[in-house]
Ligand binder design. Structure first.
Ligand SMILES: NC(=O)c1ccc[n+]([C@@H]2O[C@H](COP(=O)([O-])OP(=O)(O)OC[C@H]3O[C@@H](n4cnc5c(N)ncnc54)[C@H](OP(=O)(O)O)[C@@H]3O)[C@@H](O)[C@H]2O)c1
Ligand SMILES: [Zn+2]
Ligand SMILES: [Zn+2]
Length: 350
């Protein structure tokens, strides 16, 4: 075991604060990474504050990290010391069930090991995430960062990027389609960039009209204020696909009515409360209401290559780690352009 330092929440109401803990020495298949940058995902906030229930404390959040490899196990073949590497939302899975065999480790039947807040089969404790100095991960779950990408701005691709890329690909978004993205935050702004790169005509639904100019720069064709009933009605029955990234309760029925026959609204945002759906809205036009979570390891690598080819990284605001509690508050106010990324060089030594 070796000593790491990071930032943890000690309880649902406690701000994140410096915290030291142990990680395992790298085993034969493991890679040890010094973390350089870690994105701040809204899931980190939901989890640190126990908004979904089930948070294990102390909670070290963070599942969008990029770093430098400082050690590799004897059986590691894909990476060497000094390489840059990425780690996302998962660090392990059973690797034997049907879903794992299909490369869909995010749906592991046994339960994937999430980067934080999962049982840690090596230590007997629970996993700690990327708001920390180092991480040790089986090489199967380590991503290669394509040459030349900005390392801080690539970090959010490891969760926000794959979470939007995977459903856009699964529901075959492509040229000529009318595609809605709901919410221009971390996920939403990458959803816009990726959908536009896939050739779709992207419409943004937002509660923040002040983001309109940015939205156009990111690739949006039209911005709709989702609280303006008339503006919404003008788009009735016209969308092939809508990706909903909203983190809080909101009116989903109003969005479902904008789908054309057989259209799909896919939820990737995970509001805390259950949402009421009118069945009539679905049956009337054979509409689909669906969900999606991150993506498998191979698809995450594919997403990174896709983003490298299309010049896509996250728009970020780089922060020092002591600013993370303020970043959480700003995220709650939808005041983020468009992902906070922690510069881990600012982590105080233990
Ligand atoms: N499924 C997965 O695998 C997965 C992965 C990552 C994250 N998530 C979840 O996805 C959600 C978004 O994460 P994020 O990191 O992108 O969060 P974020 O950066 O905070 O963005 C969320 C956006 O939602 C909009 N919004 C916020 N409150 C709203 C409200 N009351 N009504 C309507 N719109 C509202 C805002 O956009 P506007 O200002 O444009 O309205 C806001 O910027 C979270 O619930 C997170 O846990 C899921
Ligand atoms: Zn996330
Ligand atoms: Zn499995």
């Amino acid at each position: 075991m070796f000593r790491c330092h990071g930032y943890a929440a000690a309880s649902p109401k406690a701000p994140l604060a410096p915290f030291s803990f142990e990680r395992r020495e790298p085993g034969p298949n493991d890679i040890q990474i010094e973390i350089l940058y870690c994105g701040v995902c809204h899931s980190d906030l939901h989890r640190a504050r126990n908004e979904w229930g089930g948070t294990i404390y102390p909670c070290v959040p963070g599942h969008e990290m990029v770093g430098r490899i400082t050690a590799v196990g004897s059986a590691v073949t894909k990476f060497k010391v000094g390489d840059t590497a990425g780690v996302g939302v998962m660090v392990d899975s059973c690797q034997r069930c049907e879903n794992c065999k299909d490369g869909l480790q995010q749906f592991c039947e046994v339960g994937q090991t999430e980067t934080y807040n999962s049982p840690d089969k090596h230590t007997g404790g629970h996993t700690y995430g990327g708001y920390s100095s180092h991480i040790v991960v089986d090489e199967t779950f380590v991503l290669r960062i394509p040459e030349g990408m900005d390392l801080a701005a690539v970090a959010p691709l490891l969760c926000a990027g794959i979470t939007t890329y995977s459903p856009l690909r699964h529901w075959k978004v492509g040229p000529g389609q009318k595609v809605g993205v709901v919410g221009l935050g971390g996920l939403g702004h990458l959803g816009v960039k990726i959908a536009a790169a896939l050739g779709a005509n992207v419409v943004l639904f937002t509660t923040s009209l002040g983001k309109s100019d940015d939205a156009k720069r990111l690739g949006v064709k039209e911005v709709v204020l989702s609280t303006d009933a008339d503006a919404m009605a003008r788009h009735a029955n016209s969308f092939d696909f809508i990706l909903d990234t909203v983190s809080a309760n909101h009116d989903i029925n109003g969005l479902l009515q904008l789908l054309r026959r057989d259209g799909t609204l896919t939820q990737v945002g995970v509001p805390v409360e259950p949402q009421a759906i009118h069945a009539g809205t679905l049956v009337g036009k054979r509409r689909n209401y669906a969900g999606s979570t991150i993506g498998g390891v191979a698809e995450t690598q594919e997403m990174l290559e896709f983003c490298a080819r299309h010049g896509i990284v996250s728009d970020i605001e780089l922060i020092a780690i002591h600013q993370v509690n303020d970043a959480f508050e700003r995220m709650l106010r939808s005041d983020v352009k468009y992902r906070f990324v922690i510069d881990m060089a600012t982590l105080p030594a233990a």
